[in-house]
Design a protein around this ligand. Structure first.
Ligand code: GCW
Length: 720
């Protein structure tokens, strides 16, 4: 497929093809090396006439391969390779792999272990460009970064770039099952074709390229609700084949495992982490896995959470549960990522308090090769959550971030929601753990508490869909996650622009409206789904449509009314001292900010507010709800208009798919608005403010619609 496309592109280039949008299915993601406009080509050609490497290795070959592929597409002629320094040479390598690079005596300290430097230099009187690093992976990342400069039409004549990743582990979590269903996946089947493996589908290489282009260096293949058959020898051989395929791209492979593996895999009678037999079993199991995959990364564990087994089944702590695995993988250089996503159905206290209450007493008790993996918010990937109070509360524990790239709670694949803004909001949040300026980003990158083992995980949105992510704009979330895992200080806007330029065009009249659409999209989803801090008001356990009434949730004790607390007086969850006092889990200064009734983003998350209470906007709570829900729908209409105006400037295939999805999003935003307002009005009993339409149907209509939509959705895509 790609070869045909490249020939087409070459033909296109010969006829100066700028502006003719060829049909695209999105398979190439942001690695679309489309021809640079003739006007700009000369300066790029001058910087990359010949590729001059050194000794080869699988990773350096991958770097050279990508440079060739990229520069051929972008500059329209096959890249020559050479050995000599000449004008326009693009030198790449490490001091160990290239004598020329060694001879330059560059200061590679800023590149660190995995980073790179890119410099425009004069060597022996020749103007050259250098991509150098301390190890091969850094060169690969540098190669992608150099191509990105050209893809986004940056000036490459005076480069002085040094970039190093801010997190050690930059990892995708695939919630993929062995039956190729992905839990909360909306992009077709799981990428891992277990019946084809250990044969490697070329798509696996493109998966590795996409991740390497973002600097992602790790992946967990299987669901945290783990099916332990994956530890059978026949499966491990398939896993090892994937590890071999990903290794040249600097991607280490990890697996989810359960605390009960000593029983289910080892056949023991107990999985008590302090039992000597169990301790021995974990050691031998680790040895067995590392025999099959020498550079296996380690385990990801969900324990005593949503029914998963765990150490508490034996009266042991989460730290003791992690310890037995940590000790087993440590001699092999492995780590354990232990999830803090815990809440217990039987405990009726505030679910948002649970993780902090359980893990803070264990601070300092986890091994130094354990990372406690924490979801961005205290509940569960809602359209807006305050940062988790665990960030800043574990100074003596390695803590890593868990974001959700797949949009379980933001419209699955159909609704357009760019999550870069959400993640930026979380990372920039100030925990005040060590006074003002103690941002979540500084905790996760290890700076605040001097941690060296650091990480950022993203629950993947990938599948066998041609466009990988279920929609074109979902690709931007994979992209943004990768960029922020490399550098949490990057801005969501810059990332959105970068992605748009690589994915669509560098034409300002295309870039501007697309970036504007993306930057407003997540807030728009918040407004038509759960404004003002509302959360978890989905219906029927699908996490897709509105269900503030929610009679038949998949977890009956966690129905929507539990979260929004609507009653005749008002709405919202009182998390103040007079309520669950969850706010006290934050530093006092932060608690005050979050509790402030003028902080409308979290008003109903932390407070129960009267329907007629006047807000800082001058509207009552009820009027504000009507205004927000309606405004959310209006903003989706505007997104559609923006997109329609781009017809002809984006290829038909991707244009049409997005246009279809935006039409669904508009209809469903209206559904959300009408269903939620009809329901909340059954409590407020207040009239709709002047100029705002009451929902077209009575409440029961939306209750019925919810079940019908859910059924259709289930039938259509076989969703979980
Ligand atoms: O978000 C919830 C999902 C579950 C998921 C769980 C978790 C993998 O609804 O599908 O299970 O969180 O994070 O473990």
């Amino acid at each position: 497929m790609n070869i045909v496309r490249n020939v087409m592109l070459a033909l296109l280039l010969l006829c100066g093809g700028a502006g003719v949008a060829q049909a695209e299915d999105g398979y190439e993601l942001w690695l679309r090396y489309r021809p640079v406009e003739a006007t700009a080509r000369a300066s790029y050609l001058a910087a990359a006439r010949t590729l001059v490497g050194g000794t080869s290795s699988p990773t350096l070959d991958a770097a050279q391969g990508e440079l060739r592929r990229g520069l051929t597409g972008l500059l329209g002629r096959p890249q020559a390779t050479g050995t000599a320094v000449a004008d326009g040479a693009l030198l790449y390598g490490t001091p160990a792999s290239s004598t020329i690079i060694a001879g330059l005596k560059l200061d590679l300290t800023p590149a660190g272990e995995e980073g790179y430097v890119i410099r425009s230099m004069t060597v022996d009187g020749h103007s050259v460009t250098v991509i150098a690093a301390n190890n091969d992976k850094g060169v690969l990342y540098g190669a992608f970064a150099f191509l990105r400069l050209i893809q986004t039409r940056q000036d490459v004549t005076a480069l002085a770039i040094a970039s190093a990743p801010q997190h050690k582990i930059r990892i995708l979590n695939h919630w993929d099952n062995l039956d190729r269903n992905s839990e909360r996946g909306y992009a077709g089947l799981s990428l891992w074709n277990w019946s084809q493996l250990p044969q490697i589908d070329p798509r696996m290489i493109d998966y590795a390229r996409a991740n390497a282009s973002l600097g992602l260096n790790a992946t967990v293949l299987n669901n945290v609700n783990a099916d332990l058959r994956i530890y059978r020898p026949e499966y491990l051989a398939k896993v090892a084949a994937l590890a071999d395929a990903f290794r040249p791209y600097g991607i280490k492979l990890y697996l989810s495992i359960l605390s009960s593996a000593p029983i289910q895999v080892g056949g023991l009678k107990t999985a008590d982490p302090l039992d000597p037999q169990v301790i021995a079993w974990w050691k031998s199991e680790a040895d067995r896995i590392y025999k099959a995959i020498p550079d296996f990364g380690g385990f990801l564990v969900k324990a005593n959470s949503e029914g998963m087994p765990g150490p508490q089944d034996y009266g042991r702590t989460q730290a003791e549960g992690a310890h037995v695995m940590a000790v087993a993988v440590k001699p092999h250089g492995g780590i354990v990522m232990w999830r803090a996503f815990v809440y217990s159905p039987e405990n009726r206290d505030d679910r948002a308090k649970k993780a902090h209450a359980e893990f803070v007493p264990l601070d300092g008790k986890f091994d130094d090769n354990v990372l406690v993996q924490i979801k961005n918010g205290p509940l569960d990937f809602q359209p807006r959550e305050p940062f988790s109070p665990l960030f800043g509360a574990l100074p003596n524990t390695n803590a890593m971030m868990e974001f959700q790239i797949t949009k379980e709670y933001l419209g699955f694949a159909t609704h357009l929601a760019y999550l870069g803004t959400m993640w930026e909001e979380t990372l920039k949040s100030d925990t005040q753990a060590r006074g003002p300026g103690s941002s979540v980003a500084k905790i996760v990158n290890g700076q605040l508490f001097n941690h060296t083992l650091t990480g950022m995980a993203g629950v993947a949105n990938t599948g066998t869909a041609e466009n990988w992510s279920g929609s074109i704009f979902n690709q931007a979330n994979w992209y943004a996650f990768g960029r922020l895992a490399w550098d949490p200080e990057l801005s969501a806007r810059d990332i959105a622009e970068e992605w748009t330029r690589q994915t669509f065009s560098n034409n300002a009249t295309t870039v501007r409206p697309i970036v504007a659409m993306m930057m407003g999209s997540r807030q728009t989803v918040v407004d038509y789904m759960m404004p003002l801090g509302l959360n978890m008001i989905f219906g029927n356990g699908t996490h897709y449509g509105p269900g503030p009434w929610d009679e038949i949730s998949s977890r009956p004790d966690w129905r929507a009314p539990y979260y929004h607390k609507a009653d005749a007086n008002g709405l919202g969850f009182n998390r103040q001292a007079s309520g669950s006092n969850a706010v006290a889990q934050y530093q006092p200064g932060v608690a005050a900010q979050l509790s402030d009734r003028d902080n409308l983003d979290y008003l109903l998350w932390f407070n129960h507010v009267g329907w007629s209470e006047q807000l800082s906007t001058g509207r009552s709570l009820w009027d504000e709800l009507v205004y927000r829900y309606t405004d959310g729908v209006t903003k989706v209409k505007q997104m559609r208009r923006n997109w329609t105006a781009l017809r002809g400037r984006v290829d038909g295939e991707r244009y049409n798919l997005t246009a279809q999805y935006l039409a669904i999003q508009e209809a469903e935003a209206q559904w959300w608005r009408d269903a939620c307002l009809a329901y909340f009005q059954s409590f407020s009993k207040l009239p709709y403010p002047k100029g705002y339409a009451a929902p077209a149907h009575p409440l029961d209509y939306y209750k019925g619609l919810d079940a019908r939509k859910n059924l259709d959705a289930k039938l259509a895509t076989g969703l979980n």
